[in-house]
Design a protein around this ligand. Structure first.
Ligand SMILES: [Zn+2]
Length: 254
């Protein structure tokens, strides 16, 4: 199947899913017309809550399968780094990881990868993996995207990274802020991508207190866990240094 046919099929299925999601609204109206107001309100609230939780709670798999931790028996937490590449932070982060003998998955933004192709190649040259984090990273509006826009965000990033690294096409996808509406995970799957979430994060994308960030990650750390940190923040190099030291110390004890 060509990519264009896959796109058409994926978008068509997305709109069919949208119609199915709107069906309860029709039932609510019919119930209200019939005078069953209590049932109408109950149904409306249940559906609205389900859609909201399924979309906005990163680890909720209501709208498709997510990988939320490593396979059982894993012995070392997996480090994942979102939002790169960054001209200053990526080289510094790569040096830190080298110093601690750690490998990571870098979830890259397509637009930034196009601006810094040499950094994308350097990440892979140093033994790390690159993954898909959308083309433009529309963090605040990603959950509102309709099927065709969702396809464009994920497919364009996949195209960008595959063009830069033909032999290392991304295997994993992560939605911005972890928000995934009913069209997100099916679109990633249609593109052959597994949606990878996390078990430990310190909200370093928004907070600046590194002790709090590191403490929170440390409390949630498990052998089969997945750690999430970010590039492009004022504290990202410091956070990476501390998380890397923590993971290296844990590996040394294992
Ligand atoms: Zn992000």
């Amino acid at each position: 199947m060509t990519l264009e046919l896959t796109r058409a099929e994926c978008v068509r299925r997305g709109y069919r899913r949208l119609v199915l999601l709107l069906l309860p609204a029709v039932v609510c109206v019919l119930l209200a017309i019939a005078g069953a107001w209590l049932w109408a309100v109950l149904l409306f609230c249940t559906v609205l809550t389900s859609i909201t939780v399924g979309t906005l709670v990163p680890r909720c798999a209501l709208f498709g399968p997510l990988v939320k931790r490593q396979p059982p028996g894993s012995r070392q937490p997996l480090l994942t780094i979102d939002d790169g590449p960054h001209p200053e932070h990526t080289p510094a982060i790569l040096d830190i990881l080298d110093r601690h003998g750690l490998k990571a998955i870098f979830f890259l933004i397509g637009d930034r990868a196009e601006q810094h192709p040499e950094l994308v190649r350097e990440i892979v040259r140093r033994g790390h993996e690159v993954a898909n984090h959308t083309q433009t990273h529309p963090a605040t509006t990603f959950w509102t995207l309709r099927p065709h826009a969702m396809w464009n965000e994920i497919a364009l990033c996949q195209e960008t990274l595959t063009r830069l690294l033909p032999e290392h096409a991304p295997r994993y996808f992560r939605p911005p802020a972890g928000h995934h509406n009913p069209f997100c995970v099916p679109t990633a799957r249609a593109l052959g991508l597994t949606t990878l979430m996390w078990t430990a994060r310190g909200f370093d994308g928004t907070l600046r207190h590194t002790d709090y960030i590191i403490g929170r990650i440390q409390r949630k750390l498990t052998d089969d866990g997945i750690v999430l940190i970010h590039e492009g923040t004022p504290v990202c190099v410091e956070v990476t240094e501390k998380v890397a030291a923590m993971l290296a110390a844990r590996a040394a004890q294992a």
